[in-house]
Design a protein around this ligand. Structure first.
Ligand code: TEU
Length: 571
């Protein structure tokens, strides 16, 4: 299979989560003018595309992933005019802008749902998924099946007005749209996609892209967690019977009309299943996010059931995520952070003051060397870390963390030890870790806002902030910049090459090559806080093209050291 080079494969994409990027008017919430004021900064990192998380009108129960109007902007973020300005300011700097496409569900405040809920005979009743209660032998009412929501509890909500339940795979206020209904699909295409394409955006990150098609018999799910009434139900809504038909239709009817890029959040997939979404010949989407790396150590059905992981597990996750496209016409992604994940330095590196920036550079090296489109999440470029463990649960504002904690507490009211352990896990894995305001400088509120930030700023903002890094050539910010340049300079290997892991069983180092034809890049990363021996496992002449220490090239790899060599085998 010959490699096809395209702009979106080589792009570095920077994700902006608007609530926490930059507040321009002192109300404590980030906004579009704030983002516009930082575009030169984003550009200076070497970014090609910005992915903007939902900025649509929303009650914000799930930070904008609960949309009440696709064609309006959340007033605290700005106006449609601000969006027009953002689009043109991004374009005038030679970058592109993609938006978040959240079309598995809407907010319960969307007018479509308000109509649907109003009566069983409303023309939009069938736009959402309504089912009658299940009544047991004692005459008690129950949800139609045992499916659990991703945000704890049942995935069904009872609505008294019509004595039926509606499906919500996420929050109660996020009813799932009924994709079986063609009229609904067409309305989604018009309002959520065409409206924005016509404004000039360059593509979409497609939220929950594998979930639209549900198994229509809605059976009970197998019991995976005997300690819970509600069970994981992915089996019945992930890559369901009609999902590829829906994506093909959306591509044919809308996306293909524009020179757009799309990346689907699919999460869990086998190689065979993944290729159905992202193989070029399938004409569905360009690439997808898989959760192998970010969920290392967690149960795929429940991130807070966490057992830790070994470096070998991590390597396997990297292989799963990037190798499934080899020898095919499909494409993959590279990421370790986003708005749903904790900070990568805390999770995979070492966030102690001594090691945080160096381990951040090591992780940047890894990502710059992997095949797939590279995504960087706001603050990752300066090494923002998880929030301190000392923060009480009240500082966590995400519905996912709060619901989980409350449900766990209700089930184990007197088990202090278990609750403390859960707090350890929440501190390590909660989405809140990604959602603290961006640390711009060492002034009050880290320069994010002149008002009271909607979420507490991480305590370490005086040590980790943009201002202290942009003029320091040894900073993590500059290392990212350099790593992105090296990635593009050797793109045939680093962006497009074949991954071969050379030390799979080694629990200290991660050594791999990236190859294409006779060309070889040799990457070695020390994942420990100890010195380890450096070995050249491939014969040839080595020239160093990226390193996170001053004196690389010794036989010892210092803690968290990272090197990228180009190897000339022919000599
Ligand atoms: O996420 C969907 C998803 O599958 C997860 O990453 C989810 O956030 C996680 O499993 C919860 O533990 C998308 C968005 O990225 C996320 O922010 C939204 O909350 C969710 O959809 C609902 O729209």
């Amino acid at each position: 299979m010959t490699v096809t080079y395209t702009w979106w494969k080589e792009a570095a994409i920077y994700q902006i989560w608007p609530a926490s990027y930059k507040d321009s008017n002192g109300d404590g919430v980030g906004d579009l003018p704030g983002i516009i004021s930082k575009l030169d900064y984003v550009k200076s990192l070497g970014v090609d595309i910005i992915w903007l998380s939902p900025m649509y009108d929303s009650p914000q129960d799930d930070m904008g992933y609960d949309i009440s109007d696709y064609e309006k902007v959340y007033p605290k973020y700005g106006t449609l005019e601000d969006m027009d300005k953002l689009i043109s300011e991004v374009h005038s700097r030679g970058m592109k802008l993609i938006l978040d496409l959240v079309i598995n569900h809407t907010s319960d405040k969307h007018k479509w749902f308000e109509e649907s809920r109003s009566s069983k005979t409303n023309p939009k009743r069938d736009w959402y998924i309504w089912k009658p209660p299940r009544i047991d032998e004692q005459g008690n009412r129950h949800p139609p099946n045992n499916w659990g929501s991703y945000f704890s509890g049942s995935a069904w909500k009872y609505d008294e007005l019509t004595d039926e339940y509606y499906l919500h795979l996420f929050a109660e206020s996020q009813p799932d749209l009924n994709w079986e209904n063609e009229e609904t699909r067409n309305a989604i295409y018009a309002s959520a996609l065409t409206f924005w394409f016509e404004k000039g955006i360059d593509g979409f990150r497609i939220d929950t892209a594998g979930m639209y098609s549900k198994v229509q018999s809605f059976p009970d799910a197998p019991i995976v967690f005997p300690d819970s009434e509600w069970q994981p139900c992915k089996k019945y809504h992930q890559s369901g019977p009609r999902i590829h038909e829906f994506h093909k239709e959306m591509f044919a009817k809308v996306t293909s009309k524009y020179d757009a890029m799309t990346v689907g959040e699919v999460g869990h997939s086998t190689r065979e299943d993944a290729l159905k979404y992202v193989s070029a010949k399938e004409k569905e989407m360009n690439m997808m996010f898989l959760f192998d790396v970010v969920e290392t150590g967690s149960k795929p059905e429940d991130r807070f059931r966490y057992d830790g992981f070994t470096l070998k597990d991590f390597k396997q996750a990297v292989i799963n995520m990037s190798s499934f496209t080899e020898g095919t016409d499909a494409w993959s992604t590279v990421f370790t952070e986003n708005h749903d994940q904790p900070r990568s330095i805390t999770r995979f590196g070492n966030d102690s003051p001594k090691h945080r920036f160096k381990s951040g550079k090591m992780l940047a090296t890894l990502q710059a060397a992997l095949t797939g489109t590279l995504f960087i999440y706001q603050g990752q470029e300066i090494g923002m870390t998880n929030v301190p463990r000392s923060w009480p649960i009240e500082e966590y504002l995400d519905i996912n963390s709060i619901n989980y904690y409350n449900q766990f507490k209700a089930a184990h009211p007197d088990d202090k030890e278990a609750l403390e352990k859960l707090l350890d896990t929440i501190n390590l894995l909660a989405r809140d870790n990604a959602r603290t305001p961006v640390q711009w400088d060492d002034s009050d509120n880290a320069g994010f806002s002149t008002g009271k930030p909607w979420m507490r700023v991480n305590d370490n903002y005086k040590e980790i902030n943009v201002a202290s890094q942009v003029n320091d050539k040894t900073s993590l910010f500059h290392y990212w910049k350099k790593a992105l340049e090296v990635r593009k300079e050797y793109k045939n290997l680093l962006i497009y090459g074949k991954l071969n892991v050379l030390d799979f069983d080694n629990e200290k180092t991660f050594t791999f090559t990236k190859t294409q034809n006779k060309d070889i890049a040799y990457i070695v990363l020390n994942f420990t806080e100890e010195d380890v021996k450096f070995e050249k496992l491939v014969k040839g002449d080595y020239s160093l093209v990226l390193s996170n220490v001053d004196n690389a090239d010794s036989d010892i790899l210092s803690p968290y050291e990272a090197r990228v060599y180009i190897v000339d085998e022919t000599s």
